[in-house]
Design a protein around this ligand. Structure first.
Ligand code: FES
Ligand code: FES
Length: 154
């Protein structure tokens, strides 16, 4: 099947197999390896990307379902130089250690911050139930989110 989409603002067209997962397209064909695969079964959240502005686990989406969509990966949210406000806040609060979960965390949290200007700690923790982190204990991640202003695109 032929699909077309915009990936990080650039048009992409491809012939894809019906069973291909979006995360495979992202990592293997588009070589956007900032998106990680931690489980492949929809549990860890390391593969989260933004599809038409909504955070999704790309290991649970078929590439054909992304036809005619606007796809944003972690590569598309970092400014040309330095870090986004959210990334900087996570760095400042030591919300990243090994970093494996971080791209998925950032993509999920961008979605939350685009919906809610000042989410409570409980809300942030609920939102992150689909994003596992084995290093930080979450407290520093929550502090980072609370420390960043809700800036669209952060
Ligand atoms: S790799 Fe997609 S949720 Fe774990
Ligand atoms: S920083 Fe290592 S898994 Fe989250």
């Amino acid at each position: 099947m032929n699909i077309s989409m915009r990936v990080n603002g650039k048009p992409v067209e491809a012939e894809v197999e019906p069973q291909e997962l979006l995360v495979e397209r992202i990592r293997e064909d588009l070589e956007l390896t900032g998106t990680k695969v931690g489980c492949d079964t929809g549990q860890c959240g390391t593969c989260v990307v933004s599809l038409n502005g909504v955070s999704v686990k790309s290991c649970l989406v078929l590439t054909v379902q992304a036809d005619d969509s606007e796809l944003t990966t972690i590569e598309g949210v970092s400014p040309g130089e330095g870090l986004s406000d959210l990334q900087e806040a996570l760095r400042r609060e030591h919300g990243t250690q090994c970093g494996f979960c971080t791209p998925g965390m950032v993509m999920s949290l961008r979605d939350l911050l685009s919906r809610e200007e000042d989410p409570s700690e409980q809300r942030i923790r609920e939102w992150l139930t689909g994003n596992l982190c084995r290093c930080t204990g979450y407290q520093s991640i929550v502090r980072g989110v609370q420390g960043v202003a809700a800036v669209p695109g952060s």
